[in-house]
Design a protein. Structure first.
Length: 752
């Protein structure tokens, strides 16, 4: 494993400086946290229009490099190399007018390109460009990252996403689509992106808290009876301070002082406080530095937030690190921060509920274990926790191990794989010989599944008799599931309803697993302490993505809309699912999972099921399911869990024309309904993809490797499918497996 440090370049639109030490201060904390594990540079790519140039009295444009001191904002006095801080690059480019969007983007790209060169001179070529906000740091980072072949990560912090999308909607969606990874500080922010039409997986990356500043200090109930409440909120309508004032006015029988920290005049809030008779109880502290804010938290008993929208809630996480309980509205971010043992969460805009929650916390103040609250918050939001999560993301996009190890090491505190309950689901139909080899490979596993469900739609009882005759060791329950409806999707859905494991494996009946397959997949789940991984696939050793030719790579580039560093495991264009590459000792992030060698958390399968409208052959049902599940958690492929796929399924398809039709229409269904790629260009790309496949198959026919009789109806079915796609004919949904019914028979020993 390499011992070199990652080289990371932050691209930001705001950052604290001497003039405004508060603006974007959480970004400074993130850069400081990562600088312990990586070489970090922060870039502010700025543009200067003629009007701005005149306003600054003709001061010439220049590129400056600073270093961030361990404490305090950066300033012009700082020089790179004076201490062990991270580098800050402020690069300015001239733009003739600020009204031309294209010119602004190009000018910002020029600024970022010069910063990249300066960073490279100091540290070397960046491994990752990490932009904070799609507009406009992310847009700039994507353009430059694509040109330099450097992966791009975007974390979306912006609170007013609906307002932003109303102006830049399609433009922003293209930026999210082009990024290698999109993150949000909370699951609430991820849900907002999904509601706004961002159809891709989003990973949760909570902000970092400087636990060395916000240290734990105990405080007892007030001896004088005066409870001190603190709210950290600037003077903005989204903070909904009137609701907080109304709640404070409802605190009957409680002697308290409410301090509000933040920038602004608070005219409406001051007036309302006076009208409600709270003028002497409400104090406005103004904008505070981090040290002053920590001191204010140490002096208070409770931190309160009444916001309507929060992407995260930094002040709440900081308060918990000091050991102070919190009461917050359910505004998005707080749901990921505040647990029942940390305080209370109440509905947004409900002053009565907010007052009741404050009163309840103060009444039961002695029941809160302040030291445990602080320890848990440091473990969840401290610099080390943030660095671990972020370095794992960088490992995924870079395709190799880092000093942090990412997913390639078992994290401390992970579960033992023996404690994870598992179910293996195998759909089959009239192939007892292939099923025998699959079941035999499961018997040889170093870690055996707790349950095996065989979902059978055969015309006779040969599969049932086979399952009944298979002898599995004690502790493994083998169940036979008789399905009246044929089709991998329908049969798997029937088995899901009967599965009892918390991890559900899906195997094809014609695969043979290596002895460590189940164990290696469970290791990935066991090492996922945060529970972010929703699905894991193994590697099919005889079905992996090799090195594409230059022509194929050019075609993939066009289909993806950009050049990618790695195409293995990608889902590009109109649902073109590229096989994972064979990386024997790596765990890599992917965008879809092959259905014949995948495992999912049972919890996510309660939200997402296989699409039964895909027909009997269920072509791409695994792509559809995994792409939808990818919205709720991460998908990864492990090269250590290996299997062989005999691939007899394609030869058993009795209706090639129907299969060809499904290959086109099912891909279009995924592109349109899951990926949000339903434009005319997407239709043309789907047609081009069929031509690409057809050319390869034609070469096979000419070389004698393929059967003309089979290929001709397959191609005819694809043409029929393309006609439907260009007319956008929606196929009716077939009845679900639940309406068809099924019969269950337990045929083997179960563990007590």
């Amino acid at each position: 494993m390499t011992t070199s440090r990652r080289r990371v370049l932050f691209v930001v639109d705001a950052f604290p400086d001497a003039a405004d030490p508060i603006d974007g201060v959480f970004l400074r904390d993130q850069a400081a946290a990562l600088s312990r594990r990586a070489d970090v540079g922060v870039v502010l790519p700025r543009t200067v229009s003629p009007r701005q140039w005149i306003a600054r009295r003709g001061r010439p444009l220049r590129d400056r490099v600073y270093v961030a001191a361990p404490e305090g904002p950066y300033s012009a006095a700082g020089r790179l190399g004076e201490d062990d801080g991270f580098a800050i690059f402020v690069n300015e480019s001239f733009v003739p007018t600020a009204r031309a969007t294209g010119r602004l983007v190009r000018a910002r790209c020029r600024s970022l390109e010069r910063a990249v060169r300066a960073f490279e001179q100091r540290f070397g070529r960046p491994d990752v460009i990490h932009a904070h906000g799609a507009a406009f740091a992310g847009e700039t980072a994507v353009c430059v990252g694509r040109a330099l072949d450097v992966p791009v990560v975007i974390t979306e912090h912006y609170s007013f996403l609906p307002r932003l999308f109303a102006v830049y909607g399609d433009r922003l969606r293209r930026v999210y689509e082009a990024a290698d990874v999109v993150c949000t500080p909370s699951h609430g922010q991820a849900r907002r992106l999904a509601e706004l039409g961002v159809a891709r997986a989003v990973r949760c990356l909570p902000n970092a808290v400087d636990a060395d500043t916000f240290v734990f200090r105990p405080i007892a109930s007030p001896a004088d009876g005066m409870w001190r409440l603190l709210c950290v909120a600037r003077d903005h309508e989204v903070k909904d301070l009137p609701t907080l004032i109304e709640a404070a006015a409802r605190l009957r029988g409680v002697w308290f002082e409410l301090c509000i920290a933040g920038g602004g005049e608070y005219r409406r809030t001051r007036t309302l406080a006076a009208q409600r008779g709270l003028e002497g109880r409400v104090r406005f502290l103004g904008a505070l530095t981090r040290g002053e804010l920590a001191a204010a938290m140490h002096a208070c008993h409770l931190v309160v937030s009444s916001s309507r929208t929060e992407t995260f809630g930094m002040s709440l996480a900081e308060a918990l690190c000091t050991g102070r309980p919190v009461v917050a509205t359910d505004s998005g971010g707080p749901r990921d921060i505040v647990r029942p043992c940390d305080g209370r969460i109440v509905p947004v805009g409900d002053a009565a509920a907010l007052a009741d929650a404050i009163g309840d916390v103060l009444e039961r103040y002695g029941e809160f274990d302040a030291q445990a609250v602080a320890a848990s918050a440091r473990e969840r939001f401290g610099f080390d926790a943030f660095s671990d999560r972020t370095m794992a993301i960088y490992d995924d996009v870079c395709g190799g191990p880092s000093p942090a190890g990412g997913l390639r090491r078992e994290r401390a505190g992970g579960r033992a794989i023996g404690d994870i309950t598992t179910t293996v689901v195998i759909p089959t139909r009239d192939r007892p010989a292939a099923l025998t080899a699959c079941l035999e490979s499961l018997r040889r596993q170093t870690v055996r599944p707790g349950e095996v469900l065989v979902a059978d739609a055969s015309a006779d009882d040969s599969t049932r008799r086979l399952v009944e005759s298979m002898g599995f060791p004690d502790g493994v329950a083998v169940r036979y599931v008789r399905c009246r409806r044929a089709g991998a999707s329908a049969q798997r859905n029937v088995a899901i309803d009967r599965a009892g494991g918390e991890i559900i494996f899906f195997l094809d009946d014609d695969v043979e697993c290596e002895p460590t397959f189940v164990e290696e997949v469970l290791k990935v789940f066991a090492g996922d302490v945060e529970g972010e991984i929703a699905g894991v696939s193994g590697t099919i050793v005889n079905q992996t993505l090799g090195t594409p030719s230059r022509l194929s790579r050019t075609f993939m580039h066009w289909m993806a809309g950009r050049a990618l560093r790695r195409y293995g495991g990608r889902l590009i264009g109109p649902a073109w699912n590229l096989l994972p590459a064979d990386a024997e000792d790596a765990v890599r992030a992917v965008e879809w999972l092959p259905g014949g060698c995948a495992a999912y958390r049972a919890a996510v399968l309660r939200r997402c099921r296989f699409n039964e409208s895909f027909g009997e052959y269920s072509f791409a049902e695994d792509v559809d399911l995994s792409a939808r599940i990818g919205r709720y958690g991460r998908l990864v492929n492990t090269g250590r869990a290996r299997m062989f796929h005999r691939g007899i399924g394609s030869a058993s398809h009795r209706q090639p024309r129907r299969l060809g039709y499904g290959q086109v229409v099912n891909r279009w269904t995924i592109a349109r309904d899951v990926l949000g790629r339903a434009g005319w260009l997407d239709r043309l790309k789907l047609a081009a993809l069929q031509a690409y496949f057809g050319a390869a198959e034609l070469r096979g026919c000419l070389a004698g490797r393929a059967n003309w009789r089979r290929m001709l109806p397959l191609w005819a079915g694809r043409v029929q499918g393309l006609v439907s796609v260009f007319c956008d004919v929606r196929r009716g949904r077939e009845e679900s497996a639940a309406s068809c019914g099924y019969v269950i028979a337990d045929v083997a020993r179960e563990s007590p």
